[in-house]
Design a protein around this ligand. Structure first.
Ligand code: 4AD
Length: 433
C-alpha cells in the first residue's frame, strides 16, 4: 500500500504517535551526534531530529543535508516546548527525494535580488503567507458574486478598442495588423452581455502600458470586474462596498497566522468589515482636503496620489469619492442628471495610503452623447460600432466597476510594493523571470 502522508499541520493536530510527512528542508543545524532539521510544507514547519545512533550508515547524507532538499520521513511526533512550532518528530526512517545545491536565498538580500530569483523566493515564509491570502481573496470574489446572483462571463484579451485611454495600450502585432491591443478592461465586451445575462462578473488579467514607476502599478494585473443591467449609481457603490467587506471578512477569518507572518495588525482591517465606508463627492473631497489637510486642489483637476493619501489618512475605512469632473474620467461614464459637469463615477480609496482599489461608474446609455464623448476624446466612433449597438437595441441604465486584485492584496497584507502581491510581477522594467 502506498505510504499515507500527513501535512505537517495535520501531523501536529494528531500530536502523538507515528506520522509520515514530507517537505523541504527549511533550516538545519547539528553536531556529530544529532541533526535538527526544520521541515517545511505548504501547511507549516516542524522540527525533526535525526540521531546518529539510528542512522550510522546514512549519517554522511544526513550531515550534508542542504536547505531545500526534498525529503520524506516517518517518525514519532511529540509536543516539545523548545521546538519552534511546539512539536518535534524523532525520525525513524527517511528518504531523500531531491538533493539541493547551495541555495542562493538567505537573509537580508536586496529586493532586486529576490525579484531576480522570484522562482525561488516564492518558497519563503513571507511569499507563502501572501500567496495563501491571495488564494482566499480570489475565492472570496467568486463566492461573493455568485452569492448575489451574478454569472461568470469572459471577454477577449485581444481587443480592437480602448476604454481607459490610448496612452496605456499594449499594441500587439496580430498577423501584421496593428490595431489590436491587450485588454485594459473587459468592459466594452462585457456591456453587450448584460442584455443576455443581466448581472455578470469576471476575474481576468488586464494590461496597462504604465510608464510610471510607482509602488502600485503593474503592467499585467488581475482585474475583478462586474457589470449589471438596471443598476443605479448607488447600487454600484453598494456592491463594491459589500464585495470588499466580504473579502476582508474571509481573510480575517482564515489568515490570522499569515497576517502575523506579515506583521499586519488585523485590528487595522476590522473597521472595514464593521463600519460603513465613507462616501463623499469629489467637490466635498476638495473641501475636506482644504480644511483638514491644508491642501488646495483646483476644481477640475484629478486627485493626485498625494492628495488621495492625505484624504484616506483621515479614516480607518475606504473612502468612496464620487461625481468627478467629466473631463478627468472615461468617455463611458454617464453625466450626473443634476450637473452635467460631473459624472456618476466613483473611486474607492483604501486606507493607510494604499490608493485606489476600485474604479466604477454608471454608464452613459444615450447613443448620441456617447458618440460625442468618443469624438471629444479623439476616438473614431466607427471603431466602436459593436459597442454602440448596445445603445441601439433596448438600452437600459447600467453600470459596473473594476477591482484591482493586487491592489487589495497590497492593502490587506500591508505590502510596501504591489510587486509582492503577484507571483511574477510585470512592470515597465521587469518582465523576467
Ligand atoms: O479605474 P480603472 O481604470 O477602471 C476600469 O478599468 C473600468 N473599466 C472598470 C470597470 O468599470 N469595469 O481600473 C480599475 C481598477 C483600479 O481601481 C485599480 O484598482 C486597478 O484596476 N488598476 C491597476 N492595478 C494594478 N496596476 C495597474 N497598472 C492598474 N491600473 C488599474
Amino acid at each position: 500500500m502506498p505510504q499515507k502522508y500527513l501535512s505537517i499541520q495535520d501531523a501536529m493536530q494528531q500530536g502523538s504517535g507515528t506520522v509520515s510527512i514530507r517537505g523541504w528542508v527549511h533550516r538545519e543545524r547539528g553536531s556529530n551526534k544529532l541533526k535538527f532539521v526544520v521541515l517545511r510544507d505548504s501547511s507549516n514547519t516542524i522540527q525533526c531530529v535525526f540521531e546518529r545512533s539510528n542512522f550510522e550508515k546514512e549519517w554522511d547524507d544526513i550531515d550534508h543535508l542542504q536547505v531545500e532538499t526534498s525529503i520524506t520521513m516517518t517518525g514519532e511526533i511529540k509536543k516539545d516546548a523548545r521546538a519552534p512550532s511546539g512539536y518535534e518528530v524523532q525520525v525513524k526512517k527517511f528518504e531523500i527525494i531531491g538533493k539541493s545545491e547551495n541555495y542562493p536565498i538567505s537573509k537580508d538580500l536586496s529586493p532586486e535580488f529576490l525579484l531576480d530569483n522570484r522562482h525561488l523566493w516564492l518558497r519563503s515564509t513571507r511569499m507563502q503567507a501572501i500567496l495563501k491570502i491571495r488564494s482566499t481573496i480570489f475565492a472570496a470574489i467568486h463566492e461573493y458574486f455568485r452569492s448575489v446572483g451574478f454569472y461568470e462571463y469572459h471577454s477577449p484579451i485581444f481587443q480592437a478598442v480602448q476604454a481607459e485611454g490610448g496612452s496605456t495600450l499594449f499594441h500587439v502585432d496580430y498577423f501584421g495588423k496593428k490595431d489590436v491591443f491587450l485588454a485594459q478592461t473587459w468592459q466594452l465586451y462585457a456591456e453587450p452581455a448584460i442584455f443576455s445575462l443581466e448581472k455578470i462578473y469576471t476575474i481576468s488579467p488586464s494590461f496597462r502600458a504604465e510608464r510610471s514607476k510607482t509602488s502600485r502599478h503593474l503592467t499585467e494585473y488581475w482585474h475583478a470586474e462586474m457589470e449589471m443591467a438596471w443598476s443605479t449609481f448607488k447600487e454600484i457603490q453598494d456592491q463594491g462596498e459589500s464585495l470588499i467587506k466580504h473579502v476582508m471578512k474571509k481573510v480575517l477569518e482564515n489568515h490570522e497566522k499569515d497576517l502575523k507572518v506579515l506583521e499586519r495588525d488585523p485590528a487595522k482591517l476590522l473597521p472595514t468589515v464593521k463600519k460603513p465606508f465613507v462616501r463623499m463627492t469629489y467637490t466635498d473631497a476638495l473641501k475636506v482636503l482644504k480644511d483638514k489637510c491644508k491642501i488646495r486642489v483646483q476644481w477640475g483637476k484629478d486627485l493626485r496620489t498625494i492628495e488621495e493619501e492625505e484624504l484616506t489618512k483621515l479614516y480607518d475605512v475606504p473612502v468612496i469619492v464620487t461625481h468627478y469632473p467629466k473631463k478627468v474620467k472615461a468617455f463611458y461614464m454617464v453625466e450626473d442628471p443634476k450637473n452635467p459637469e460631473v459624472v456618476e463615477g466613483c473611486d474607492f480609496l483604501a486606507p493607510e495610503s494604499h490608493g485606489e482599489i476600485i474604479g466604477g461608474s454608471q454608464r452613459e446609455h444615450d447613443l448620441e452623447k456617447l458618440k460625442a464623448r468618443l469624438v471629444e476624446q479623439g476616438e473614431d466612433p466607427k471603431n466602436y460600432e459593436f459597442y454602440l449597438d448596445t445603445r441601439r437595441y433596448g438600452s437600459v441604465p447600467h453600470g459596473g466597476f473594476g477591482l484591482g486584485v493586487e491592489r487589495i492584496i497590497k492593502w490587506i497584507c500591508g505590502l510596501d510594493n504591489i510587486k509582492d502581491a503577484i507571483p511574477f510581477p510585470r512592470t515597465m522594467e521587469r518582465y523576467k523571470p
